[in-house]
Design a protein around this ligand. Structure first.
Ligand SMILES: Cc1cc2nc3c(=O)[nH]c(=O)nc-3n(C[C@H](O)[C@H](O)[C@H](O)COP(=O)(O)OP(=O)(O)OC[C@H]3O[C@@H](n4cnc5c(N)ncnc54)[C@H](O)[C@@H]3O)c2cc1C
Length: 493
């Protein structure tokens, strides 16, 4: 739990031997983990900073079992923490230390139920690994665009419950935009079957959007109908040294038309962030040794097969991108650039971007703020934010990065060299206030894509209006009057 947080009050009804027998009757012995060693990876968060407890980890095999488990817990008032791949960064999937109920892991529910290539959709269970779904779509010559650094271990139910963002939001939207239907087990154990493959469905409240981004506080997502797109056939990936964040925004702004609306991703990186990755993640090459603080990973892609260019040219998207970069070089926005010549070079660029989280974990303590402002305001935010933070702690080491096409900055800082976690913790409240006040003043969001979980519960209460918080509480109380579904996350009731 963050050092400054007073734990919210949550139900602490214990799992009695009779309830345990009931759980065993539903999921069998192979669906229960009772020993401390077996529970450890479930009750500790990805960053390793939060450790909670659970009487038992329950691993149901299908929706019917989830429903029966939830009904049993509802009957007894036992709290449930739903968990997918446990890669969330806000503590939403981690039980509190005083949690006496169950942790419900979706990991065994990993079937792809149907791929409708003609209708561009697939129906899947919530425990499918994101990368498996990307590969499944590709094997049908289709594309599932959700893509993020944790894709090898996060599960689609977790992605939808956090309304995950990632590196393709610019073009395809965040997780909630990729969904046509959901199946959800409600806090009383009832199953809501909203598994509709419909693009148009104006039949009252659109319930599926309640559960996406709810971080498991309103019910358990058990299945989803996901949208698919044509598979990209012609992809050009470039690593650009850019003058500054303002140049990065202007490059992106002009890239839309220059690429015929084919910009897939646009990720801002700093020299410091790139260096952290190169220090900790083996086997990577620095794409450019340019003397600048700022880089841009720019990718254009089209579902049309690559067209041949004139002899000696790259052809297709790469050629278009090369022309564009030459023009941008003339404006002074681009200082140097390299276009990946093959899959391995493109993968190297992407691995650098995607390895920032594991590399910064390896580097040790730090602070990171997942915030968003209007895209055009990103440079001002970075400039003012850096000044404000460095005024509080001049020796802190910034490495801002982010999905700048979405106005989403991971405003991240490594500890000053030699400073321990406790000492950094003394500065953290003042830095958090400075960053989040700036976000508020710029009409931004204090959580762009990672959610609220445990970590930002008090920040949300500080920055959102009473009307908004009360409306959220009314929804929570209406659906979960016993407060058993991931209690104490997002909101204090
Ligand atoms: C290296 C790395 C890179 C990352 N990059 C990004 C990024 O670019 N963009 C981004 O948005 N996030 C990113 N994340 C954060 C994280 O991967 C996402 O939030 C992801 O969507 C979480 O999925 P999960 O299966 O691990 O969920 P978990 O961590 O298990 O759970 C997250 C929340 O959802 C709830 N939950 C899980 N499954 C269900 C379900 N089936 N029904 C109801 N509630 C459920 C949990 O209770 C919890 O509140 C990154 C994380 C790491 C470690």
């Amino acid at each position: 739990m963050p050092d400054t947080l007073t734990p919210p009050s949550i139900p602490t009804v214990p799992v009695t031997p009779a309830v345990l027998d009931g759980l065993r009757a539903i999921v069998g012995d192979k669906g229960l983990i009772l020993d401390d060693q077996g529970k450890e990876p479930f009750v500790r968060d990805w960053r390793g900073t939060l450790v909670g407890s659970a009487a038992v980890v329950v691993r149901p095999a299908n929706t019917e079992e989830v429903s029966k488990v939830v009904k049993l817990c509802h009957e007894h008032g036992i709290a449930i923490v739903p968990q997918g791949g446990n890669t969330g960064l806000m503590g939403g999937a981690t039980p509190y230390p005083m949690h006496s109920g169950i942790l419900l892991s979706l990991g065994r529910m990993n079937k792809v139920i149907e791929v409708d290539a003609v209708g561009y959709s697939m129906t899947v269970e919530a425990g499918c690994i994101l990368q498996t779904l990307q590969e499944t779509a590709a094997s049908h010559d289709r594309f599932f665009p959700l893509s993020l650094g944790a894709q090898g271990s996060c599960l689609i139910g977790g992605n939808l419950s956090t309304n995950a963002g990632g590196v393709q939001v610019l073009r395809y939207g965040n997780a909630r935009n990729l969904v046509m239907g959901l199946e959800v087990v409600l806090p009383n154990g009832d199953v809501w079957n909203g598994l509709r493959s419909l693009k148009k469905d104006n039949t009252g409240y659109d319930l599926k959007h309640l559960f996406m981004g709810a971080e498991g506080t309103l019910g358990i997502i058990t299945k989803a109908v996901l949208k698919l797109w044509p598979a990209p056939k012609d992809v050009a990936t470039a690593w650009l040294a850019v003058r500054d964040p303002q140049a990065a925004i202007e490059i992106l702004s002009e890239a839309h038309a220059a690429s015929d609306d084919n910009v897939g991703s646009c990720e801002l990186m700093s020299r410091a962030g790139t260096d952290v990755v190169l220090r900790h993640i083996p086997g990577l090459q620095d794409p450019l040794k340019a003397d600048t603080d700022w880089f841009l990973l720019l990718e254009w892609s089209s579902s049309r097969p690559k067209a041949d260019g004139p002899p000696g040219s790259m052809g297709g998207m790469s050629e278009k991108l090369e022309q564009f970069l030459a023009e941008q070089f003339e404006t002074g926005r681009v200082l140097d650039a390299v276009i990946a010549q093959n899959e391995a070079q493109a993968r190297n660029m992407w691995t650098i971007r995607e390895s920032v989280a594991p590399a910064s974990r390896a580097e040790g303590g730090g602070l990171s703020y997942d915030v968003s402002v209007a895209t055009s305001k990103v440079p001002v935010f970075i400039d003012k934010g850096l000044k404000a933070v460095l005024e509080i702690l001049p020796s802190i080491r910034p490495y801002p990065l982010g999905h700048i096409g979405d106005g989403n900055i991971h405003f991240s800082f490594m500890s000053p060299v030699g400073m321990d976690r406790e000492t950094l913790g003394q500065y953290s409240p003042a830095i958090t206030r400075a960053v989040n006040d700036l976000v508020r003043d710029m009409a931004g969001s204090i959580s762009a894509e990672h959610g609220i979980g445990i970590d930002k519960i008090d920040e949300l209460a500080h920055y959102r209006s009473k009307v908004e918080l009360d409306t959220m509480r009314s929804l929570k109380r209406a659906l979960d009057p016993k407060n058993i579904m991931n209690p104490g996350k997002i909101l204090r009731l």
